[in-house]
Design a protein around this ligand. Structure first.
Ligand SMILES: *Cc1c(COP(=O)(O)O)cnc(C)c1O
Length: 845
């Protein structure tokens, strides 16, 4: 559905500068996601941490001609003789665009986000179809995807891509509605009061589902009730509202909110409710659910046994009943529900390949997101490697084959994919549209038997298929299977932590992110790449080699070296790695080395000792330091900093205040001696939280980024999960012992499982002999006997489990702090002890 630029200008009440004739099909808010420049309208949004306007010159270069902007972003916007000049300033650098007035459109509005939302509202109004709006604390995406699985055989559905449910995600989702759509399903997520109104205006749901209410995103709400009421405001004009009547909070809020909608409240306790769940029976690997609706009794099964899945299925059931799906069809489809893979996983493949497996769903929007991910990953790990896409037919989109594959071919081309391998009759018949290296097969089996498949090597491969094509087989075959113990790293959670700490900063305060010690064990490339994408000001590593590795992998951010070795100056100069300088010996050696290379003004970071008594110049040494620095021009102090001794603990607050005072004085003295700005910084994670008045120009974020709060040892957003799989289970009689030195005494006949992780992987030996436990299928499994080098044993007598099941060493269900407390150490040590042979697997939700 194309809109002319005139229509859009009018709809969002913009002042238009430019006379370019354009029709718009794509809305863009993130410059990295650009694929169809000519038909794209870019909204320059200002968020807490970024300004979209700074990307305008780059986007203009790449062919974008239509922009929604606000006047404030420009220092200059002049029209002279058919020629338009715009200039903007950002973070010290200026950028200008010069162009013919007739080739562009700048739509000037007060607030580009509001304009984006307004446009979505207008678009929404053109459709009379049923729209399901889903909100709640958990399960939104799963309920949305399951409804799609249940309902899409009979109708064309438009739905939010992944979990696009925010103030920006919702308008982009709504924009996907088109003439073919017969039903739309959108998620709405909020994190503070008053946000739902804008989402309601855009989604205008006719069917409302409230999944549940929990503590997530609670920080900006006064109470759970307040949050629940806010969520319910999504349902203002709904025809029907679906919710769990057994949840008292929700039930009370629904009655209070005086919705005019019909209710399909479901209950396992109250037979008077519209949808009565009469029985829920969990079997080994499925759950049988019986219900009564409109006086009729029926039963269905789902292939899951966890409570969250049961709750999600009941919300789906209510929606299907409301849409008058016959009971036998519900039964038939519920049993085939599939787990929702919410992540794009990066795995190591055979023959030097990197695999990105996206079995989430298959449509144009998610293909676009996955391609974007592929391109960005291949900039890190797969530098110079071929970019390959294995793609099946995209089913159930409602678009004609011609239109669909024309768009796919364009996307693939614009994303710089080198090679496509298509599977399925439809994509096969569209082969001619692709103008890159290409191979096509009718079936997945045909693909897997082909030479093309056998010969994949040194490529970054995105595997994306509709469910019917069983691409799990494909990724399974391509995957390199090594040690079964992995550290899973949730990049999305890390970004959430980054933003959590950013929100505590003054707007102008810069940030260093500590990626030393292999990013606290999480793996430095991927972490650094993600941080770079999120525009942190500095990365910091311990030694020069770590920095050089990052540079070789394509990291261009500024990098600080915290422990510069005297032998590595050349590496630092070559890769522009900025060393910390902590004494005169190091300073002199650096100056000498730089002068020898003919280097001038190489940035360095001056460390002051304000109480740690580890490394650094003392306050008394500052005058001499100034003289030495002024006496040369090889180095230039870029920043001056110090490190807290005990900023996490109130016990040391007086001492910390003293450190701040010394730093204030000494750093001021240094600054006063130089005409250029020298950045001052002292706060680590705990400092950011507890000493907001000591932020100076910059802060250094470490452990908080990786999910652990240094203040109370609580987990912020868990980032890392160390997990393995059960190799073998055996029954051991009570009188026997388990493991070396017969340390594992049994008090009863037991089931003992062996898991392939030992102290050589970083599982501390002191956790053995029952001192700690891991989690198997949600239950605690204590370590039995001594932990061995590569293997250890756990007691699973009371746990329903089998060989091949996962064992979680730490993660969401078992915070790492439980282990560090047991060992009387700090989480830092556990994280950084995980050995390099444990494979890191990255994912993004
Ligand atoms: C490691 C380190 C930090 C980060 O400390 P956290 O407690 O992990 O936030 C900050 N500054 C310096 C100098 C460091 O070495």
């Amino acid at each position: 559905m194309l809109y002319t630029i005139e229509t859009i200008t009018e709809c969002i009440g913009a002042r238009r500068v430019g006379t370019h004739e354009a029709t718009i099909d794509w809305l863009l808010t993130d410059s990295r996601s650009l694929s169809f420049p000519e038909e794209t309208l870019f909204f320059a949004l200002t968020t807490k941490r970024n300004k979209g306007a700074r990307y305008i010159p780059e986007l203009y270069e790449r062919g974008v001609r239509n922009f929604v902007v606000t006047q404030e972003e420009f220092n200059e916007l002049t029209v002279d003789n058919g020629q338009l000049t715009i200039a903007m300033q950002h973070a010290g650098s200026a950028a200008t665009v010069n162009c013919q007035l007739s080739t562009v459109n700048f739509l000037i509005v007060g607030n580009p986000l509001k304009a984006l939302q307004k446009l979505a509202e207008l678009h929404r109004e053109r459709f009379q179809i049923p729209v399901i709006g889903i909100t709640g604390s958990n399960g939104k995406t799963i309920v949305k995807e399951w409804l799609h699985q249940l309902l899409s055989l009979d109708r064309v559905i438009v739905r939010s891509p992944r979990s696009y449910n925010s103030q920006i995600g919702v308008p982009l989702s709504v924009w996907q509605m088109n003439e073919e759509a017969e039903l739309a399903i959108f998620e709405a997520g909020i994190s503070e009061m008053g946000e739902m109104r804008a989402l309601q205006n855009m989604i205008k749901p006719t069917i409302g589902i409230l999944t549940n209410i929990g503590g997530a995103h609670q920080e900006n709400f006064f109470s759970l009730q307040e949050k629940c009421m806010e969520k319910l405001s999504l349902f203002k004009n709904c025809d029907v509202v679906i919710y769990n009547a057994d949840n008292e909070l929700i039930s009370n809020c629904v009655s209070k909110s005086m919705l005019t909608a019909r209710e399909i409240a479901w209950s396992c306790r109250d037979a008077e409710r519209p949808l009565y769940i009469s029985r829920v029976v969990k079997k080994e690997d499925h759950t049988v659910i019986s219900y009564r609706y409109l006086e009729m009794d029926n039963t269905f099964c789902i292939p899951f046994i966890d409570d969250a899945s049961i709750e999600n299925s009941l919300n789906c059931l209510a929606a299907c009943l409301y849409l008058m799906m016959p009971a036998d069809q519900i039964t038939e489809r519920m049993v085939r529900l599939e787990p929702v893979a919410m992540r794009l996983e990066v795995k190591e493949g055979k023959h030097g390949c990197v695999l990105i497996n996206d079995s989430y769903n298959s449509d144009l929007a998610s293909l676009d997101i996955a391609l974007d991910f592929l391109v960005r990953r291949s900039e890190v790990k797969g530098k110079g490697m071929k970019r390959t896409l294995i793609l099946s037919d995209i089913l159930e989109t409602g678009q004609s084959t011609t239109t669909l594959y024309r768009k796919v071919a364009q996307l693939v081309q614009s994303r710089g994919i080198d090679k496509i391998i298509g599977v399925g009759p439809e994509i096969f018949s569209s082969a001619a549209r692709f103008e890159i290296e290409k191979y096509f097969f009718h079936t997945t089996e045909e693909l897997m038997e082909s030479d093309v498949f056998q010969n994949l090597h040194d490529e970054v491969i995105l595997i994306k298929g509709s469910r019917a094509f069983n691409f799990d087989l494909v990724s399974d075959r391509l995957e390199l299977k090594v040690h079964e113990t992995i550290l899973e790293v949730n990049l999305g959670a890390m970004v959430a932590n980054l933003n959590h700490y950013r929100s505590m900063l003054q707007p102008a305060t810069k940030m260093v992110c500590m990626v030393k010690a292999s990013a606290y064990g999480a793996g430095s490339y991927e972490i650094a790449k993600t941080l770079q994408e999120h525009q942190v000001d500095y990365l910091a590593v311990a030694v020069a080699d770590e920095g050089a590795e990052l540079r070789k992998a394509g990291i261009t951010s500024s990098i600080m070296i915290m422990d510069p070795e005297l032998t590595a100056f050349k590496t630092m100069f070559d890769y522009k790695l900025e060393p910390e300088v902590y004494n005169f010996h190091l300073l002199d050696a650096l100056v000498k080395a730089a002068e020898k290379e003919g280097i001038t003004n190489f940035p360095v970071h001056i460390k002051l000792d304000t109480g740690m008594h580890r490394l650094g110049f003392s306050e008394e040494e500052v005058p001499v330091l100034i003289r030495r620095l002024k006496n040369q021009n090889a180095l230039i102090p870029r920043s001056v900093f110090s490190h807290f001794v005990g900023s996490d603990s109130p016990q040391f607050d007086v001492f910390t205040r003293g450190q701040i005072e010394i730093f204030e004085r000494a750093s001021k003295e240094l600054q006063a001696a130089f005409p250029h700005k020298i950045l001052r910084h002292i706060c680590n994670t705990a400092g950011i939280e507890r000493f907001p008045d000591a932020q100076f120009d910059m802060v250094r974020l470490g452990i908080g980024l990786y999910g652990v709060s240094p203040i109370d040892n609580s987990i912020i957003n868990n980032v890392s999960t160390l997990k393995t799989t059960i190799l073998q289970i055996r029954d051991v009689p009570a009188e026997d012992t388990v493991g070396y030195s017969r340390k594992g005494h049994l008090t009863r006949a037991s089931r003992i499982a062996a898991i392939p992780i030992g102290y050589a992987d970083g599982l501390n030996r002191h956790l053995g002999c029952g001192h700690a436990y891991c989690m198997v299928n949600g239950k605690k499994a204590p370590y039995v006997g001594n932990i061995c080098m590569d293997v250890c044993m756990i007691d699973v007598t009371d746990i329903d489990c089998q060989e091949g099941d996962a064992a979680i060493i730490f993660g969401d269900e078992l915070p790492i702090t439980v282990l560090s407390d047991t060992l009387d150490t700090i989480p830092y040590e556990i994280l950084t002890s995980i050995s390099t042979r444990v494979k890191r697997v990255y994912y993004q939700e």
